[in-house]
Design a protein around this ligand. Sequence first.
Ligand code: ATP
Ligand code: MG
Length: 262
Amino acid sequence: MAGTPHLQIKDLSVAIEDKQILKGLNLEIKGGEVHAIMGPNGTGKSTLASAIMGHPKYEVTGGSITLNGEDVLEMEVDERARKGLFLAMQYPSEISGVTNADFLRSALNARQEEGKEISLIKFIRQMEKQMEILEMDQSFSHRYVNEGFSGGEKKRNEILQMMMLKPSIAILDEIDSGLDIDALKIVARGVNELRGSEMGVLMITHYQRLLNYIKPDFVHVMMQGRIVKSGGPELALKLEEKGYDWIKEELGIKDETVGAEA
Ligand SMILES: Nc1ncnc2c1ncn2[C@@H]1O[C@H](COP(=O)(O)OP(=O)(O)OP(=O)(O)O)[C@@H](O)[C@H]1O
Ligand SMILES: [Mg+2]
């Protein structure tokens, strides 16, 4: 992909079934940067991820999203993926009847020009290499996508997809939930490996612990459907120690969830 990736979100508002969830969110991510988004439950973090990827349930009611200057909101979902956007979901879906290998190969080939599809041998070699890095048993390539996978195996599988697709912007929604300590380190290794390759990362997490392994450049706090505070890694440490009440007090927010307006 030409140039450093650049995702720009300006004044984004998003509604679900007439309920306004995001209300004027601003965020800019450049290649190589890692942004962590933290914030209490129900403040719109996953909604932001879904809106960027173009989930049909989420209606953008205002603002803009551009990737390298191109209007993301004008793009179909598959086009967003082809342009280099990737989401590791908080709750990964199972796809019965489609093996992991077939799924990955189709996803990879969908990004190639006609006639330039990756050869089967090359694909298998790449997949095996990445699975080794992620310490995944090779048998996972022949299993249906996420079907019967444990919680941690699903998360690892999301990272396998990311490592194969090499997105320009990766959104990781609670990639640490359900992972044991060893798996957390392995997943972090995968992310850090791609980070050097100019990939920009948006990491949604509740826990500072993940940030010990994937060091963020910026930490943002979301409340009421917008980013209310941004800082460096030290902000996550302060949240770990003090929780969110001090931010609410500072900003005069009584209820941080999206339904409740100050
Ligand atoms: N499809 C939907 N239908 C109805 N309400 C929704 C839908 N998706 C999200 N919401 C509501 O929007 C609000 C924000 O949800 P979201 O999943 O973005 O929160 P979150 O910050 O990711 O929370 P968590 O930390 O618990 O994952 C919640 O009140 C949620 O119930
Ligand atoms: Mg969420």
